[in-house]
Structures are given as structure tokens and as C-alpha cells.
Design a protein around this ligand. Sequence first.
Ligand SMILES: [Zn+2]
Length: 134
Amino acid sequence: MKKVRDIGIDAKHPENECESVKCPWHGSLKTRGRIFKGTVNSSKPSETSVITLDYFNYIKKYERYERKSTRICVHNPSCISAKKGDVVRVMECRPLSKSKRFVIVEKLGKETTKMTEDVKTQKEKTQEKSGGKK
Ligand SMILES: [Zn+2]
């Protein structure tokens, strides 16, 4: 078995191995800076995925928080291979491409919030409608 590197945070290393240089566990990619959790939105280009970050923004005037979300492109190492709907831990690293500055370091499981379920059912409904028309 290949040597697994210590990336400096309390995270479980992936079961699979990979040969990629851009992998924090098996390659030479250094991770530093921000760490956060996000949900994978799309994993279409191989080794890349788009994740959604939900956060609260405080509005001083109303003394309340608003819910916001943003999408960022992250590197998805082949040993982790997160799929759509997975909750992942993301860590900042050097710029890997034009839009990727973060890398997935750990898979935390599947998302189980109500919001996505609603979206899913809505999508299914629209699909049924379009199918019926045909
Ligand atoms: Zn790897």
C-alpha cells in the first residue's frame, strides 16, 4: 500500500488510492487556509466537481441573518470520487486550474435535508408532465 500523507487536519483518509499529483493524500498537493463543508452539485468533468456552500449573512439593519449560498469549483481526486448529493469537506490549496482553488479532502456522507428533497420531487413532477405530453 502506498504511503498516505498527513494533511494536518483530523480527517479520515480515503480507502482507495490514486496516482494523481493533485491529491492531498497521495500526491504532493499542499492544503492550507480555509476549511468548510459543502454539498456536491455536479461531478461531471472528471476530477472536478461543483459544490454548493450554504452560509448565513448578518444584516445589521434588521438584526437578522439571511440565508445565502454560493457555488465553487473544487478538485475531486479519483481516490475520493465524490458524487452528486454527497456532503464533503473542502480545503483551500494552490490554484489548480482557472477556477479551482479548493480540493475535496473527505467524504462526510449523503445529504438529507428537506430542501433538496423538494427540489428532487419538483424535478420528477416536471419530468412526468413533459413525459405525458409526448
Ligand atoms: Zn488520492
